[in-house]
Design a protein around this ligand. Structure first.
Ligand code: ADP
Length: 360
């Protein structure tokens, strides 16, 4: 059992920089939570406060109902995996994995069993006598995880564990972490700036910006029903397109283009009649065959899809990327008729999503 309750947590550093504002989260036993957001948004600070590596300026942290806000890191029963692995170069893989248990003066037979079991889970059995320098980046990352596993902690904390790996290895290691999570059924908190990692790994995502939690939800909820413009622009790749548009009866009037609204969308936008809002459309929701003329700047063939960049209506501010299904070879200056198969609306002042859930 490992339930984590984070209540009204703030972090103010000594130089008076407030890095985290009123962070609240209930992590269920066995859940994999991903904290995601751009660099500097407070993800690592939050993770380090949970680990006990940073003081909590205000608020409380509970592990299985016990207040651990003031508990030193070593007594929190959590294990952290860092991006730089922090392996000891002069020790073998076996010794690296056994290190924390040796320090604790565990029975050598118990240590041996635990190291072998972890090595088995991670596919490192044949590497145990090697030194870290003899392993690949991905294998070293697995050793770092192995060091955590042998300790059998209540909570695993990952701080950007894949950022030193190349793209291919990142994908493979991501899948390994997922398998590991399934096997151990452990509570895990994982920090990354990479929205793909968040979408592919998380049971639930916590999306942060400038020290504030913007939205907590399943990957699908954040992708399909972003709470605000920030989440909408951060989750999804290529990023969502945004256009200024005025709400008219049954349609939106953009700069030099018009978009029809469904009855439901029209209803959701009723309070904004005559006002300007922001329309958000994901590139994958821009498809061929509609009534909006798109002028092409450039064309990228991705195989299954073609990423077409251009503008609609008046060029200024109306840039658009479309991820069309299939292979196309549009040239600069071509015109393509497109339709928006799914739309998101945002309040221009607050950035909050309008009619969320109603038009989902
Ligand atoms: P992230 O992990 O999302 O990149 P961080 O948690 O590392 O963000 O940083 C959040 C904010 O806190 C940033 O503005 C950063 O400059 C600041 N910060 C981080 N560590 C310290 C520190 N030790 N002292 C002062 N400010 C810090």
């Amino acid at each position: 059992m490992a339930e984590l309750n984070i209540q009204h947590v703030d972090k103010i550093y000594d130089n008076n920089v407030q890095a985290v504002f009123d962070f609240n989260l209930d992590v269920k036993d066995g859940e994999l939570i991903v904290l995601v957001g751009p660099s500097g948004c407070g993800k690592s600070t939050t993770l380090r406060m949970i680990a006990g590596l940073e003081d909590i300026s205000a608020g409380h942290l509970f592990l299985d109902g016990r207040d651990i806000t003031q508990t030193p890191a070593k007594d929190r029963d959590m294990a952290m995996v860092f991006q730089n692995y922090a392996l000891y170069g002069h020790m073998t893989i076996y010794e690296n994995m056994a290190f924390s248990l040796t320090l604790r003066k565990e029975n050598p037979n118990v240590i041996h069993k635990k190291v072998l079991a972890a090595a088995e889970i991670l596919g490192l059995t044949s590497q145990l006598n090697k030194k870290p320098s003899q392993l690949s980046g991905g294998q070293r990352q697995r050793v770092a995880m192995g060091r955590s596993i042998v300790r059998n902690p209540k909570v695993f904390l990952f701080d950007e564990p894949l950022s030193n790996l190349d793209a291919k290895l990142r994908g493979a290691t991501r899948r390994e972490i997922l398998l590991l999570h399934k096997r151990l059924q452990a509570t895990m908190l994982y920090v990354t700036h990479d929205q793909t990692e968040a979408l592919t790994l998380a049971d639930r995502i916590v999306c942060m910006s400038m020290g504030h939690v913007q939205q907590v939800g399943t990957p699908l909820e954040l992708y399909d029903s972003p709470a605000n413009r920030f989440v909408a622009s951060f989750i999804g790749l290529p990023p969502m397109n945004f256009f200024d548009a005025t709400v008219r009866e049954g349609e939106l009037e953009g700069r030099g283009f018009r978009v029809k609204l469904t009855e439901e969308e029209n209803g959701a936008l009723l309070p904004y009649a005559g006002k300007e809002i922001e329309l958000g459309v994901r590139p994958e929701d821009v498809q061929g065959g509609g009534e909006i003329a798109m002028n092409v700047f450039s064309n990228e063939n991705l195989g299954m899809n073609t990423l077409v960049h251009g503008h609609i209506g008046e060029a200024a501010g109306n840039r658009i990327s479309a991820k069309l299904r299939g292979w196309y070879d549009y040239k600069e200056g071509d015109s393509v008729n497109v339709v928006f198969s799914r739309k998101h609306f945002f309040d221009k002042e607050t950035g909050e999503a309008i009619g969320r859930g109603k038009n989902a």
